[in-house]
Design a binder for this molecule. Structure first.
Ligand code: AMP
Ligand code: MG
Length: 349
């Protein structure tokens, strides 16, 4: 299959292209498109056959449900059996935006979209290209990240092309995404709202709207018997080809540890503006500034892909427990590292 890549000017979104892309979706085809979080791989969410094509193109396990993207709030009624008042309040506060809500589903949402679950994940993205495509595509677009399963999520159309060339007919290129981490997922099917995946919308932002909200224990528990509730959270994710290790502790110790361990091997280093001059070996990549959390979030996946291209054998990363987005950034980084971390405070230097 030939994959077409079309550049879209955000200032003048071309109606004819969006209409053609929408028609492809309505005919059961796949289209990759930008959102403010990461690039999505879209299909008609109410067409089981179309949704199945997503699993095939990504190599995604079939028990990992898809998020349904809508363009208008009122679209929710057709697919959600019950919309509790907390869900109304969260939608009012954060839609359109990087928030996904889990609600009980109506009959019309096929099990092929929800991985066999009786609930459905719904999000209304803020990106205008995404919203226009959803409208043209019939209003309900299932769209996981547009990467091969297990690889870092795509934050540019080029990343999508690397993974999906020959597998899908069309990629809409809207330039690099703004946020670079997937949406926050909140479960609203069990009384109090529970965050199943951390993202740009943090727990404290959600608590301003829904005081009772909490984190899923499976996300933070040291006990590996407590499983995360979102099926997708149990899989290894975002993994670069090299082994990745996160180095924690006081910054001078982190730098010394990495300098000591990076001599003589093909090592990649993930650092920040504040520390980039401190490393003496290896392939040093600056992820962003600690003063600007979004810069760190938005470059994380791209850097992991760059190290793949550079062919490094191991990667050391500083830790990014920043105040707001730190939890979401560390959730992705720890998954990418297969939870490999060292505390430089305890290490022999
Ligand atoms: P992705 O689209 O690749 O960002 O992944 C979607 C995430 O949402 C995965 O972790 C899924 O397991 C999760 N998810 C989607 N639908 C549901 C649902 N009905 N209940 C719980 N988690 C869900
Ligand atoms: Mg994904």
């Amino acid at each position: 299959m030939q994959t077409e890549l079309i550049r879209i000017d955000r200032e003048h979104i071309p109606f004819s292209v969006m209409e053609r892309a929408g028609a492809l979706l309505q005919a059961g085809g796949l289209v990759a498109f930008p959102t403010e979080t990461v690039y999505g791989l879209g299909a008609d969410a109410l067409n089981e056959e179309a949704a199945r094509k997503i699993y095939a193109a990504k190599g995604r396990p079939s028990d990992n449900p898809l998020i349904v993207h809508i363009a208008e709030r009122k679209a929710l009624e057709r697919i959600a059996e019950k919309v509790p008042k907390e869900a109304e309040a969260l939608a009012e506060a954060f839609w359109p935006g990087p928030l996904t809500m889990i609600l009980s589903k109506k009959e019309c949402v096929p099990q092929g979209t929800t991985g066999g679950l009786s609930t459905v994940a719904v999000r209304m993205p803020a990106d205008e290209i995404a919203r226009e495509l959803i409208r043209q595509g019939g209003g309900y677009i299932a769209a996981p990240s547009a990467n091969i399963s297990g690889r870092p999520s795509p934050t540019t159309a080029q990343h999508v092309y690397e993974d999906m060339n020959g597998r899908i007919p069309l990629i809409l290129d809207g330039g690099p995404v703004r946020i670079g981490l997937e949406s926050t997922i909140v479960d609203l099917t069990e009384g109090r709202p529970v965050i199943l995946r951390p993202g740009y919308i943090t727990l404290s932002m959600i608590r301003e709207v829904a005081k009772e909200a909490e984190m899923d224990r499976g996300l933070t528990a040291d006990d590996s018997n407590i499983r995360p509730k979102a099926p997708g959270m149990k899989y290894r994710h975002y993994a670069p080809k090299a082994e990745l290790c996160i180095v924690e502790g006081p910054m001078e110790r982190v730098i010394s540890y990495i300098n000591k361990n990076s001599a003589g091997s093909k090592t990649g280093i993930i650092c920040t503006e504040e520390t980039k001059g401190c490393y003496v070996n290896g392939d040093v990549k600056c992820i962003g500034s600690r003063k600007d959390e979004v810069s760190i979030a938005s470059h994380l996946f791209a850097i992991l892909r760059e190290f793949d291209a550079d062919g490094v054998e191991r990667i050391y990363s500083e830790s990014f427990d920043t105040p707001g987005l730190g939890q979401a950034i560390m959730n992705r980084l720890l998954k990418a590292a297969g939870h490999q971390r060292v505390d430089a405070a305890d290490a022999e230097l």
